[in-house]
Design a protein around this ligand. Structure first.
Ligand SMILES: Nc1ncnc2c1ncn2[C@@H]1O[C@H](COP(=O)(O)OP(=O)(O)O)[C@@H](O)[C@H]1O
Ligand SMILES: [Mg+2]
Length: 470
């Protein structure tokens, strides 16, 4: 038996597992099945705080998938984290190895998302496809052709109203220094077919909302891909006088969650024109910023939302102290006085419902809606209490989601009425301010109102660019 581990000191418990035993025969204790569609035997194993995913597959494939996942992680692509690979498991195993990845906590399979279970996501259909397309573009920029891009080989995580897609199944993938247009095009064709397949599968079970054409929806993947690829990679010419347009272009890249590695200015014909050659490298702009300031690891949209809140907090601090405080100091105070008290006020037994950054985003939304209805700022403490009791308590746990078989699902979120709903706030909710909950003054509320209208115009712009397809 041969066990290769990427960070052995963090995963000592893996040394003593019954690796030579076929995975199907492992004792059920601490193990569960992921559900959903898959080719190989896949089982979840909980060891202390960590959930591992074990997949049994022929050794060369297991080793290949292990190497590819590690390479993708090195490129900052959102992917399942490869922990190790087990080979030479003895004669009983017919050359089957085991790939060990870390469970992506709080990730949601597409079937769960499209069944409308749990807290709603505005414009769900659009966001699901955009997340998938964003992932495929990132992979292609890194020189990776997936070969099996599909909804069931992807997991989705909430990101402040949007979704981030993670690649989990890459055994068919190939990593090259870069991809030709032809290689990208083949990969995109596979993606379109697989997405159609995923939706047809739901349709066959009678769970696809009426009026949705799986093929038309799948073909929209292609349109969105081309649009994003062009936005990220097209070369533009600038007149000497409109250097500001380069700023705008960079802002647009940041808004899409990318950054440019290099800008190249070249003189052209009349010697006065400039050319921008964007090369996209990073998986985020705001998330690394927030992480550097606070240590919080979040999605890109969550980071943007939290940074806005942090900056508002900073502006109020500056007003109080009558001088500009350094950003790291503001960040430390914000964590201590705003973020952590809000998260800690949510009862512990609700910890597995949402990851903390998403929870904070939803608390901000909820506070804004309650305050709008009351015509005054209700304060964070009241918002947390109300949200925990009336929204979070009845929501399903999302820490580890078991993907149910098709027949158990009913599609509601793809219904246009649902898909176009916004943050779901029940107007009949009671606002009972918590004891000692402070009113923090209307200036703060105004700030957050501005915040919200920004969000709305974002949504508006988003919908103009990407009209709903499902
Ligand atoms: N790292 C992970 N985190 C959470 N769930 C996972 C992870 N890896 C796999 N799964 C779950 O297991 C299922 C099967 O995994 P996959 O790698 O696609 O296997 P197969 O090669 O058999 O298709 C996925 O659809 C997903 O639901
Ligand atoms: Mg798969």
């Amino acid at each position: 038996m041969r066990l290769q581990l990427a960070s052995p000191s963090e995963h000592r418990e893996l040394f003593n597992l019954p690796w030579p035993t076929p995975l199907a025969e492992w004792p059920d204790e601490n193990m569960s099945d992921p559900g959903g569609l898959h080719r190989h035997i896949v089982r979840f194993l909980e060891v202390g705080e960590i959930t591992y995913v074990l997949k049994e597959l022929p050794e060369p494939l297991a080793e290949r998938e292990y190497r590819l996942l590690r390479a993708l992680a090195a490129e900052d692509i959102p992917a399942a984290t490869a922990i190790g690979v087990v080979t030479d498991r003895g004669a009983d195993n017919n050359g089957e190895g085991i790939l060990i990845t870390r469970h992506i906590d709080f990730s949601l399979p597409y079937r769960v998302l499209l069944s409308g279970r749990g807290l709603k996501i505005p414009y769900l259909g659009d966001r699901l496809l955009d997340a998938l397309v964003g992932l495929l573009v990132r992979l292609h920029l890194a020189g990776f052709s997936w070969g099996d891009c599909s909804l069931s080989n992807t997991l989705f995580r909430r990101d402040a109203g949007a979704l981030v897609a993670f690649v989990i199944d890459v055994e068919t993938g190939e990593l090259h220094p870069s991809l030709t247009d032809g290689q990208r095009s083949i990969d995109l064709t596979i993606a379109v077919e697989n997405v159609a397949g995923g939706l047809l599968d739901l349709e066959a079970g009678g769970y696809l909302a009426p009026g949705i054409d799986p093929w038309a929806t799948a073909e929209d993947v292609e349109r969105r891909y081309q649009e994003l690829w062009t936005e990220l990679t097209a070369e533009e010419e600038f007149g000497a006088g409109d250097v500001y347009r380069i700023d705008k272009r960079l802002d647009r890249l940041h808004d899409l969650g990318f950054d440019a590695a290099e800008i190249e200015f070249t003189s052209t014909g009349d010697g006065r024109r400039l050319r921008l050659v964007p090369r996209v490298v990073e998986t985020g702009f705001f998330a690394p910023r927030l992480q550097a300031l606070t240590g919080l690891v979040t999605g890109e949209n969550q980071a943007r939302r939290l940074l806005d809140n942090l900056r508002e907090f900073g502006a109020r601090q500056d007003q109080t102290t009558q001088r500009r405080l350094p950003e790291p100091l503001i960040a430390a105070r914000w964590l201590e006085q705003v973020y952590e008290p809000a998260i800690n006020a949510v009862p512990r037994e609700l910890d597995d419902k949402l990851e903390p950054a998403e929870l904070f985003h939803q608390l901000l939304e909820h506070r804004w809606f309650l305050s709008e209805r009351e015509g005054r700022d209700v304060g964070m403490a009241a918002a947390v209490q109300n949200y925990s009791a009336h929204v979070l308590k009845s929501a399903p746990d999302e820490l580890r989601v078991i993907d149910p078989p098709t027949v158990e699902l009913r599609i509601t979120a793809l219904d246009p009425d649902h898909a176009q709903g916004d943050y779901v706030f029940d107007p009949s909710l009671d606002v009972r301010p918590a004891d000692g909950a402070e009113r923090t003054g209307t200036d703060q509320r105004d700030d957050e109102s501005d915040d919200e209208s920004d969000d709305e115009s974002d949504d508006h712009a988003f919908r103009k660019r990407y009209p709903p397809v499902i």
